[in-house]
Design a protein around this ligand. Sequence first.
Ligand code: FAD
Ligand code: NAD
Length: 460
Amino acid sequence: MSKIVVVGANHAGTACVNKILATYGDKNEVVVFDQNSNISFLGCGMALWIGKQISGPEGLFYASKESLEEAGAKVYMNSPVESVDYDKKEVHVLLDGKTKHVESYDKLIFATGSTPILPPIKGAEIVPGNREFKATLENLQFVKLYQNSEEVINKLNANPDIKRVAVVGAGYIGVELAEAFERLGKEVTLVDIVDTCLAGYYDTEFSNLMKKNLEDHGIKLAFGQKVEAIEGNEKVERLITDKETFDVDMVVLAVGFRPNTALGDGKIELFRNGAFLVNKKQETSIKDVYAIGDCATVYDNAVGDTNYIALASNAVRTGLVAALNAGGDGDVVESAGVQGSNGICIYDLKMVSTGLTLEKAKRFGYNAAVTEYTDLQKPEFIEHDNHEVKIKIVYDKDSRVILGAQIASKEDISMGIHLFSLAIQEKVTIEKLALTDIFFLPHFNKPYNYITMAALSAKE
Ligand SMILES: Cc1cc2nc3c(=O)[nH]c(=O)nc-3n(C[C@H](O)[C@H](O)[C@H](O)COP(=O)(O)OP(=O)(O)OC[C@H]3O[C@@H](n4cnc5c(N)ncnc54)[C@H](O)[C@@H]3O)c2cc1C
Ligand SMILES: NC(=O)c1ccc[n+]([C@@H]2O[C@H](COP(=O)([O-])OP(=O)(O)OC[C@H]3O[C@@H](n4cnc5c(N)ncnc54)[C@H](O)[C@@H]3O)[C@@H](O)[C@H]2O)c1
């Protein structure tokens, strides 16, 4: 019997623990420590909950201490792991936040995730030692945990005078929260340091669609502005950028995640952003120590190299790979790599992307070209529920291999992006895509569908 200790039991940890126990339960004792009081909160539901698009948070959890224990794990909640002795193979834990405890391991899996980035903004500080990212200034909010969303909702309910909300960071979380606050009737300002939104995921013409969508709903955009200070007498009163001052009652900071790898203690090799550097088996540079989810790197098929992409989808898949490698008798399972596939739906605008944008592809040194196409989803004779779809495919002019794709519409076009995710993973060329079998039925699409048409239109 071998003992596997898992540190962190959110999306990556839960997937990993369940997989080990389901596949090799009789061979392993699994001990889990998490510093939080809850497991498996779906952050993606935060904006829906805040914006009252769902009635409550109950459905936003899919696992619990009890469910993991039923599967056969020993689970300690509210129990931060404080250090690891890699020579003695021991983790040092504060059980229930009080009692010092040492647990030995044969294999150790880090699933310690990520923490919100706090940029150097005067007046923005986290209460020292606080594990829930509580800011010193009242109504300055970080958004990561269930507790963070609960706090925002409680404050909004208790203080109807919170009318003006600034969201800093127009990435995925910021854009989703801007919509949520606007749905509550708040006056919303969305600030980003770059001059557009969703810059990491879409080229300009696509982010412009989202910009217009936000503006059409009355959200004020303050792009290309650097936040310098957040001021207030106990409570937030002003947000000051290098260009403007906004009088606000609440500020939400959503400028990205940083991997949480302090337990590596300088002994484990790290990626350039501080993530645990892992191979395709999720192994770190120390034998018998694995890392999964937001604390670890991924292999990015679009760049053909190691990368950092913090997504719940990656957390789950890396958790499964580590489980199969750490749990079995020398089994070797390698990750297929990822493409960073992602999607967003704001009001009725749906956008999905995978792989590299044109701008990123050039930055990574590809001789990149694009082919684009805009058309209705279904034939013109379908008079209702038939919207325009815009698609852009990025490919490498030299190898012809597809590097990325972006699709936007009021239609649910989300399933189409999976085709491109697989195409990038399997190195499909733009010419092969043009001849790929794509079915036709007027209820769904056109005989000359926009994927085929975009691929056929590739000129360079
Ligand atoms: C608002 C929001 C919306 C999101 N929406 C999406 C989405 O739509 N799609 C998507 O793919 N991704 C989304 N994400 C990102 C996704 O939530 C993360 O990628 C995912 O949570 C990563 O899972 P993880 O288990 O690796 O890490 P985390 O979720 O960060 O969990 C890490 C766990 O480790 C525990 N831990 C850390 N240090 C210690 C320690 N020393 N001792 C004990 N326990 C420790 C923590 O308590 C935590 O439970 C969203 C994130 C947020 C915040
Ligand atoms: N729908 C989804 O798939 C989804 C939803 C939410 C979150 N997530 C994931 O969670 C992670 C965190 O999300 P996020 O929205 O925090 O990060 P993000 O990387 O999506 O966006 C961060 C944004 O903050 C901006 N920014 C950076 N520094 C800034 C500064 N000093 N001042 C102002 N703006 C600044 C960036 O330009 C960027 O637009 C990401 O990996 C994201 O993909 C995914």
